[in-house]
Structures are given as structure tokens and as C-alpha cells.
Ligand binder design. Structure first.
Ligand code: PBG
Length: 305
């Protein structure tokens, strides 16, 4: 009765990885229990999530082809667009969120267009807007730009509004740090940068005021939900963002946070279930309204038991 924080299945968003093919269900080595799936298997997984009580998933695509501009990412018949259409056709009342970023679709693995060996912010915006629009045309309920280019929320908002998608919200990865915790994800999404790192566009771990500036910029540009990522090592940022903006806050408990608990649990050093629920509760206590987590389905089941 006196618990100050609750954790419920409908606070959780499951990240899912979709790739071409049929009956593909390939486990991601560093993220046990998570798979790259073809569209047919993905739809089944969404049904299983819904049965477990999870209402939302965020989709990442592994395309058939990659090029310098990430063209396959804004193809109306691209892998994520096909996945969204299939889910929408076969599952009712399930929130489909799409990750909007070029890194899964570019052959160099960076989140934007290159000018020499640098990512060019402004020429990337147009492509992100095209990608978001094609996801929404396919039926996405929400788009989540994760590229960290400046100005992309405004650009995406304008593109959506111009096609009368005025009520499709944007969940912006606003305070996204250049983190070593993304390692397993890059195996899952096949999105390792081929050279350099993402430090020119993602944030620097020592900074907290900067996170607030980034969040405020996104809110001014029209973000409806703002995200902090990673979560566990950035609980202070989640707390500041929630308390200083009052906005809906999502926190992304990233691949490395999941993998380290899985690895310790496999050795018998930690109790996965107890630790996972403690971590997710702590993220909620810090101020997150929503949590993107690879434990979404398991946590929903644990919470029911
Ligand atoms: C794409 C993106 C990344 C993650 C989500 N969207 C990776 C990155 O920026 O390199 C990471 C998610 C995770 O580690 O679970 N830009």
C-alpha cells in the first residue's frame, strides 16, 4: 500500500529485430532469448508479447542491401515497412514504434550521411524525414528518431504534418549517450560503425546539463515523449529530465545492461529475475514513464506470477 513506485507490463516496450527471409529465428549470441526474425516469426512474437501483457514494441531492421545513403531505410517496401504492415494486418491494439536512424542501412554504419569521414548533420535530416514518413505510411503508431542529428524532430514533424499525420507522436531519443553499453545491439542490428565512433553526434558521459539542453531542443521542435539512453548508468539524467521538464520520459535499458545480467546469471552469480525487476523498478523510481527493455516479455510474465 505504501510503495511509491509501480512497475507494470504496460510501461514496457520490447525491442525487436526484423530481417528478410521466411521462418528465420536466429538467436543473438550476446543477448540470449532475443532473435533476428523474419516478418512471419516477428508477427508470432508480437502475438506472444500481447498475450504476456506487453502492449508495444520498437522495430529495428536488418535490410537486404546497404549503401552510403541508407536508401533501403526509406524504401516503402523496406524490411521495417513490410514488418509494420504485417503486424498491423494481423494483430489488433498493439502499438508499433519504429526506430528512425540510418546506421542499420548505411554501408559505413554511421547514423547519417558522410562528408569525407564526418557525419553531415543537415543533409541527413531529409533522409530521416523520408524514413519516418515511410514508416508511418506503412502504419507505424509512433516514430522514434535515434540518430541524434540536430533539428531532426522539427524536420520529421513537418514531414508528417504535411501528409496529415498530425496525430502520430514522436518519441525522440533526446539524451542519447555515446555508450559502450550498445555493443550487443550492434551485433543484433549489424550496425557497427566501420570506422571511428559516434562521439560527434551522441553525448558525452560526464555531461548532465547538456542532456537537459538536448531534451529542451527536442521538446521545442515538437517531441511528444523524450528518451534517456542508456538507463542504468544514467538514472540521474532520467530523474533530472522528468523533474525539470514534466514531460513523458522513456528510458532505454540497453543491450549491454541486459547482457551483463544474463552473463552473470548464466554463471549462477546473480538471480536474473530478481535483478531485472529491481533494475526496472529503479528506472521507474528515477522518473521514467516508459521503459524500452529486452526483459519486456519476461518481466510481464514475472509480474503476473
Ligand atoms: C541506432 C540505435 C542504437 C541503439 C538503439 N538505436 C545503437 C547505436 O547508437 O549505436 C542501441 C540499443 C541497445 O544497445 O540496446 N542508432
Amino acid at each position: 500500500m505504501v510503495a511509491e513506485t509501480t512497475l507494470a507490463a504496460d510501461d514496457l516496450i520490447m525491442p525487436l529485430f526484423v530481417r528478410p527471409g521466411k521462418k528465420v529465428h536466429r538467436e543473438i549470441t550476446s543477448m540470449p532469448g532475443n532473435y533476428q526474425m523474419s516478418v512471419d516469426r516477428l508477427v508470432r512474437e508480437v502475438v506472444a508479447l500481447k498475450d504476456a501483457g506487453v502492449n508495444a514494441a520498437i522495430l529495428f531492421g536488418i535490410p537486404e542491401t546497404k549503401d552510403a545513403l541508407g536508401t533501403s531505410g526509406f524504401d516503402d517496401n523496406g524490411i521495417v515497412q513490410r514488418a509494420v504492415r504485417a503486424i498491423k494486418e494481423e494483430v489488433d491494439d498493439f502499438i508499433v514504434i519504429t526506430d528512425v536512424c540510418l546506421c542499420e542501412y548505411t554501408d559505413h554504419g554511421h547514423c547519417g550521411v558522410l562528408d569525407g569521414d564526418k557525419v553531415d548533420n543537415d543533409s541527413t535530416l531529409e533522409l530521416l524525414a523520408k524514413m519516418a514518413l515511410s514508416h508511418v505510411r506503412a502504419g507505424a503508431d509512433l516514430v522514434a528518431p535515434s540518430d541524434m542529428m540536430d533539428g531532426r524532430v522539427a524536420r520529421i514533424r513537418a514531414a508528417l504534418d504535411a501528409e496529415h499525420f498530425t496525430d502520430v507522436p514522436i518519441m525522440a531519443y533526446s539524451a542519447k549517450y555515446a555508450s559502450a553499453f550498445y555493443g550487443p545491439f550492434r551485433e543484433a542490428a549489424e550496425s557497427h560503425p566501420k570506422f571511428g565512433d559516434r562521439k560527434s553526434y551522441q553525448m558525452d558521459a560526464p555531461n548532465s546539463d547538456e542532456a537537459l539542453r538536448e531534451v529542451r531542443l527536442d521538446i521545442a521542435e515538437g517531441a511528444d515523449i523524450v528518451m534517456v539512453k542508456p538507463a542504468l548508468a544514467y538514472l540521474d539524467i532520467i530523474s533530472r529530465v522528468k523533474h525539470e521538464t514534466g514531460y513523458p520520459v522513456a528510458a532505454y535499458s540497453v543491450s549491454g545492461e541486459f547482457a551483463m545480467v544474463k552473463a552473470a546469471a548464466a554463471k549462477g552469480w546473480l538471480n536474473e529475475r530478481a535483478v531485472a525487476l529491481e533494475i526496472l523498478t529503479a528506472i521507474r523510481r528515477a522518473g521514467a514513464d516508459l521503459i524500452l527493455t529486452y526483459w519486456a516479455k519476461d518481466a510481464a510474465k514475472w509480474l503476473k506470477e
